[in-house]
Design a protein around this ligand. Structure first.
Ligand SMILES: *Cc1c(COP(=O)(O)O)cnc(C)c1O
Length: 228
């Protein structure tokens, strides 16, 4: 199947799910996760009307940014080491994966250096899987929330999570609903935390039901990733 056909099918599924749970599809941003895919695939998705793309490695993001520039809104969605922050700041419109105060400080510092305000999301560990990263623990999360809210060169816009890798729909749903509950606790008015970045190819329909505003989808658009 081509990227165009994949996208048509995917958009149909998103619209159906929105209709089912009475949500407006316009309040959900589709982020096409293009990691491990090249410029031709991204160009094709752009021709199909996609503007938002997600990458999980800072240098790959930078290379693609330099090739495609302003035609794309980039989202950084991967683990970010402190020494790679300089590649992601400003290159990415959104950094979804702020997991610690240390990292937030470095992003703030690099944003200040460039004279910009960097949009960020706090990544929360909502599953008990060891392999998943993210902020965990009420105090740590609150502290990170206040830091990001106050930092001069950060604009906190939401929360992000990855559901556990399982067939158990209840566990996946709990992961997403936990994120929404946390949003309500931290920012009941939703003045700051407007975005919930959750839902991938295997679980985006559950994420829509639980309030996702950003879906990060790779496989359903681009097909099998070819890791080299
Ligand atoms: C790869 C990745 C995705 C997309 O996953 P698919 O299964 O290809 O849809 C979403 N979020 C993160 C953080 C990822 O690393």
């Amino acid at each position: 199947m081509s990227i165009a056909e994949n996208l048509k099918r995917l958009k149909g599924r998103i619209e159906n799910k929105c209709r089912e749970c009475k949500r407006d599809p316009h309040e959900i941003k589709l982020v096409a996760v293009s990691k491990n895919f090249g410029l031709p695939e991204i160009e094709e998705a752009i021709r199909c009307g996609i503007k938002d793309f997600g990458e999980n490695r800072a240098q790959e993001l930078l290379a693609k940014f330099e090739a495609l520039g302003e035609r794309v809104i980039w989202h950084f969605i991967g683990t970010l080491q402190k020494n790679k922050v300089k590649y992601a700041v400003r290159t990415a419109e959104y950094i979804h994966s702020v997991i610690s105060k240390d990292l937030a400080e470095e992003i703030d510092k690099q944003a200040a250096k460039r004279g910009i305000v960097q949009k960020v999301l706090i990544q929360i560990k909502t599953s008990y899987e060891e392999t998943k990263t993210g902020a965990a623990g009420k105090e740590e999360i609150k502290e990170l929330f206040s830091y990001c809210t106050d930092a001069e060169n950060l604009e906190l816009v939401g929360l992000m999570t990855m559901a556990p890798f399982t067939d158990d729909e209840n566990m996946i749903r709990k992961s997403f609903s936990d994120l929404r509950i946390l949003q309500d606790e931290l920012d009941p008015q939703k003045n700051i935390l407007k975005e919930l970045s959750m839902g991938m190819t295997s679980d985006f329909e559950i994420a829509i039901e639980e309030g996702a505003t950003m879906l990060r989808i790779g496989f359903a658009i681009f097909g099998e990733r070819n890791y080299k």
